[in-house]
Structure formats: structure tokens, C-alpha cells
Design a protein around this ligand. Structure first.
Ligand SMILES: CC(C)(COP(=O)(O)OP(=O)(O)OC[C@H]1O[C@@H](n2cnc3c(N)ncnc32)[C@H](O)[C@@H]1OP(=O)(O)O)[C@@H](O)C(=O)NCCC(=O)NCCS
Length: 151
């Protein structure tokens, strides 16, 4: 079984970053921030940094953090053998719920490449200028369910 949870220590963050970096050889190209900056942001935004594990082995991660009134998804990556099982969606939905709880207004990421753009479209992102973005509803109800504002 694959579990998704928040990263709970800087050591954990370093291990997850290594697994993610290996998905983007020879150098991680998708994320724009280095490990030092992620470590600094971890103190405030650890609830937006997630790891997926299978039998205790790290199989992927998703690293996001607040930038002003929005949340930037820096990178989401899984080992090839656990893709297309819904884990990427679980990562993004968990980040989205947490972003709403934190009172932020949108999710965004830098330009997605042609291979993964469809993944973000399936999750409701739209392309605006060079960014993929998704506006967020204004908050959670007392029961924790999404409260969608009429548009
Ligand atoms: C992108 C990535 C995180 C997606 O994770 P995943 O667990 O495979 O995605 P899911 O199984 O949760 O898929 C969610 C939805 O997106 C769709 N989807 C996922 N990858 C897709 C792709 N490459 N092309 C088209 N649709 C895709 C799925 O069919 C699914 O749709 P549905 O739920 O409506 O049926 C994963 O493919 C990956 O790690 N890729 C390599 C790293 C990378 O490129 N990361 C993104 C840049 S930071």
C-alpha cells in the first residue's frame, strides 16, 4: 500500500529531494528552487511538503510553499513504477486542501512540459502566460469539506 504524508523532518526532506532529483536526470530541471531554499521554507510550510512511501521506501514527493497569497508547487515526482495509480492526484489534492486552509488564493507552477501538462489539466489547472494556475475557493466549512463559492 502507498501512503501519502507530510514530510516530518529536514532529514526526511533531503531524502525526498534525492528521490525527486533522480526523476530529472542529469539535473533536476522542473523546480526553480534549490535544496537550501526548500530547507528554509520547510520551517513555515512543511504541511505543503509531502512524501509517498511504499513499505517504508520513498517512492515520490511533492514540494510546495507559500509565495505571497498563492502556493507554488515547486515539483511533484514519482518513481516510474508507481505512476498512474492516483498518487499524483492525492499529492495535489492534499496540497490544495492545505492551501485553502492556509487562506491562500491560488496554486501555480512554472511551465509544465508537454508530457505532464495533461496531468495538471485533469486537476483543473489552466495555462496563463507562462504559468499553470488554479484559483482556489475561499475556505473550508467547519466539517472540513470544501466550500465552493458560486461564480
Ligand atoms: C506527473 C506525475 C506526478 C503524475 O502522477 P501520477 O500519480 O502518475 O498521476 P495520477 O495517476 O494521479 O493521474 C491523475 C490524472 O492525470 C492523468 N495523467 C497523469 N499523467 C498523465 C500524462 N502524462 N498524460 C495524460 N494524463 C495524465 C491520469 O490519467 C489521471 O486522470 P483521471 O484521474 O482523471 O483518470 C508523474 O507522472 C511523474 O512523477 N512524472 C515525472 C515527473 C514530472 O514530470 N513531474 C511534473 C513536473 S514537476
Amino acid at each position: 500500500m502507498i501512503t501519502v504524508r507530510s514530510i516530518d523532518s529536514v532529514e526526511d526532506l533531503v531524502r525526498v529531494d534525492q528521490v525527486i532529483a533522480a526523476r530529472f536526470p542529469p539535473r533536476r530541471s522542473a523546480p526553480s528552487h534549490g535544496l537550501d531554499e526548500l530547507k528554509a521554507r520547510f520551517a513555515e510550510d512543511r504541511s505543503l511538503m509531502l512524501v509517498a512511501e511504499s513499505d517504508g521506501e520513498i517512492v515520490g514527493g511533492a514540494l510546495a510553499f507559500r509565495v505571497g497569497v498563492a502556493v507554488k508547487v515547486d515539483v511533484v515526482a514519482l518513481k516510474p513504477d508507481v505512476r498512474r495509480l492516483g498518487i499524483g492526484r492525492r499529492f495535489m489534492e492534499t496540497i490544495e486542501i492545505e492551501a485553502i486552509r492556509l487562506g491562500t488564493r491560488a496554486l501555480y507552477l512554472g511551465g509544465a512540459n508537454a508530457e505532464n501538462r495533461a496531468f495538471y489539466w485533469r486537476l483543473g489547472f489552466a495555462r496563463r502566460r507562462s504559468l499553470m494556475q488554479k484559483a482556489l475557493p475561499s475556505g473550508l466549512s467547519a466539517s472540513g469539506r470544501l466550500r465552493l463559492r458560486a461564480r
